[in-house]
Design a binder for this molecule. Structure first.
Ligand SMILES: Nc1nc2c(ncn2[C@@H]2O[C@H](COP(=O)(O)OP(=O)(O)O)[C@@H](O)[C@H]2O)c(=O)[nH]1
Ligand SMILES: [Mg+2]
Length: 194
């Protein structure tokens, strides 16, 4: 069946909650519209190094939209396969860790994502931010997180999330999906000259 495949990459420092976020999304969806979460164990991590999950969304102009969600560790030492995944992604969810003391890891992971996008000439690919692990003691305030990451108060789109109980993760996914579909619709209109 014809479908519009889109890829959304979950990116962030190790331990920020990318895998937990995908788990929460799966738990919040009808199993009919969400495939199994494939996540590397210690045993297979050399071959399967990323989390993978597929979600069926509504339709765009009657064509079903299938979201391929991928969780990748956010650093500069990605191998060629991982870089290819980034190059083919339509949008990103940056998962930041709200725990105190993680500012530097958050900042450098976001910078590394921006650097990868700049390197492929795609600095404007949509990025939605999750401030995750809101439930832990001493979590940094939203204002501090915005400043830590140098986000643009006016244009930035961020969500407070607690992946452990699923809070906020659907909102973040919906936000990035809307922006990805906007980009794809604009590209389709451009191609058809309307
Ligand atoms: N308290 C709390 N723990 C979380 C949250 N999100 C993830 N975790 C835990 O933090 C650890 C790292 O999360 P994980 O999803 O594996 O991180 P990843 O490396 O980004 O995939 C795991 O033990 C998760 O259960 C959250 O919102 N709150
Ligand atoms: Mg993980």
């Amino acid at each position: 069946m014809r479908e519009i495949p889109t890829r959304i990459v979950y990116w962030g420092p190790r331990g920020s909650g990318k895998t937990e976020t995908l788990r929460a999304i799966a738990a919040g969806l009808d199993p009919k519209s969400c495939g199994p979460l494939l996540t590397p164990s210690d045993q297979d991590s050399r071959t399967l190094f990323m989390d993978l999950m597929t979600v069926e969304m509504g339709a765009l102009d009657g064509v079903p939209v299938r979201l391929h969600l991928v969780g990748l560790p956010g650093d500069d030492r990605l191998n060629e396969n991982a870089l290819a995944v980034v190059r083919g992604a339509h949008g990103f969810v940056f998962v930041a860790d709200s725990a105190p003391g993680r500012q530097e890891e958050n900042r450098s992971a976001l910078e590394s994502l921006r650097r990868h996008l700049a390197a492929i000439g795609q600095p404007d690919r949509p990025i939605v931010v999750q401030f995750n692990r809101r439930d832990i003691a001493g979590a940094r305030s939203t204002e501090e997180m915005v400043t830590d990451l140098g986000l643009d108060q006016a244009a930035g789109q961020w969500f407070e999330t607690t992946a452990l109980n699923g809070s906020g993760v659907m909102e973040a996914l919906a936000a990035v999906a809307v922006r990805v579909v906007d980009v794809l619709s604009a590209a389709a209109e451009e191609r058809s000259g309307t």
